[in-house]
Design a protein around this ligand. Structure first.
Ligand SMILES: NC(=O)c1ccc[n+]([C@@H]2O[C@H](COP(=O)([O-])OP(=O)(O)OC[C@H]3O[C@@H](n4cnc5c(N)ncnc54)[C@H](OP(=O)(O)O)[C@@H]3O)[C@@H](O)[C@H]2O)c1
Length: 328
């Protein structure tokens, strides 16, 4: 089969090779094989090219943490009736069987059928950003329509989903982006206010926009200085949701700093919850989707031949929404 593989570690330009005769993947127990229609890519794929991600598989491997397509084979213990279903979900990327190929593997118990009216390109970029946003905002931070949410990295894939989900829930959203183009994008996806972190102080501006109170919920996929500013802008009894470190370093917070302002530090990562939790996420997110709440799902699309360019685009910090590669 045809696949993009990381054959040596380095920047995406030198790490990725397009190969035409990669041996077909065979599904192991509990797995399904997917004929990939589209693959969702993200910053972790860049980190894996550089061998800077905790779940980087041994060389050579196919990157791509999520995908959408049809089930074409099942492994031991999986109901053969699954064959033919069009599904989306996370791939077995940690075993080197990611989505940037004509076929990939997924855990049979973790896939979902495409919501009504959703294309494969959209579905390939739906799972990680939106399930993470749902776990972070709805389940872990108990977001309500009365809350003000500050979303860091709001034009990126995690942030874009968080902005749209928070708006769907009815909260007031302050988005943080770098530069006028990304700020414009944040307004387009529904943010009520936008802070350009290149020219404005995140904490000062958030306080100004909230009458001095700060944000009830802060969603942080960025860390570093931006994350720190987000923490300083968290309201009394606020919730600070730890998602990632797009800036290159995690946010630094001393636990003692949470005491006087009664702030909750909330970690969020879909991965180890019981299936019933994901089912609830799927129901609620599909419902928002049907009602048209999510206008930007899988919004920067590349052809399969441009797989390397897609990952370079992410490495260059040019993401607006979610990068998806159309495989067929
Ligand atoms: N917890 C989970 O389950 C989960 C799920 C998905 C992703 N993640 C993690 O979340 C992080 C972000 O992933 P992503 O896919 O959203 O990445 P992305 O699409 O590349 O977006 C990252 C955003 O961060 C902003 N940014 C980068 N450096 C910054 C800085 N120094 N200061 C302020 N903003 C900065 C960029 O926006 P500007 O250019 O506008 O600044 C960019 O839009 C990664 O660490 C990833 O591993 C975690």
């Amino acid at each position: 089969m045809h696949a993009w593989r990381v054959t040596r570690f380095g920047e995406p330009a030198e790490a990725l090779t397009f190969e035409e005769d990669v041996p077909a993947f065979e599904p192991g127990p509990g797995e399904v094989k997917i004929r990939v229609e589209a693959a969702g890519l993200g910053l972790p794929d860049v980190f894996m090219c550089r061998n800077g991600y905790p779940l980087t598989p041994p060389l050579p491997f196919v990157p791509g943490q999520e995908a959408a397509g049809a089930v074409v084979a099942v492994g031991e213990g999986v109901d053969p009736a699954m064959i033919g279903r069009r599904v989306f979900g996370t791939t077995a990327f940690q075993a080197g069987r990611g989505g940037l190929a004509q076929e990939c593997l997924m855990a049979a118990g973790a896939v979902y059928d495409l919501p009504e009216g959703m294309t494969a390109v959209q579905a390939a970029g739906f799972y990680i950003p939106y399930w993470t946003a749902w776990i972070g905002l709805v389940r872990r931070a108990a977001l309500t329509p009365r809350d003000v949410v500050l979303v860091l990295g709001a034009s990126g894939s995690s942030g874009c989903a968080a902005v749209q989900l928070a708006k769907a829930v009815g909260a007031h959203v302050i988005a943080v982006a770098g530069g006028p183009e990304k700020s414009r994008f944040c307004r387009e996806i529904g943010a009520d206010d936008v802070i350009d972190h290149r020219s404005e102080d995140i904490a000062v501006r958030t306080r100004a926009l909230t009458g001095g109170r700060g944000a009830d919920v802060v969603y942080d996929p960025v860390g570093g200085r931006a994350g720190r500013a987000g923490f300083e802008a968290t309201a009394f009894e606020g919730r600070f949701v730890v998602i990632g470190f797009a800036s290159g370093e995690w946010v630094r917070i001393d636990v003692s700093e949470t005491l006087f302002p009664n702030i909750s530090l909330v970690g969020a990562l879909p991965g180890a919850f019981p299936r019933a939790v994901y089912d609830r996420a799927h129901r609620e997110l599909s419902d928002y989707w049907r009602r048209g709440a999510f206008t930007h799902v899988g919004s920067q699309v590349f052809d399969f031949a441009d797989g390397r360019r897609a990952i370079e685009h992410i490495a260059a910090g040019a993401v607006q929404g979610k990068v998806v590669v159309r495989v067929r």
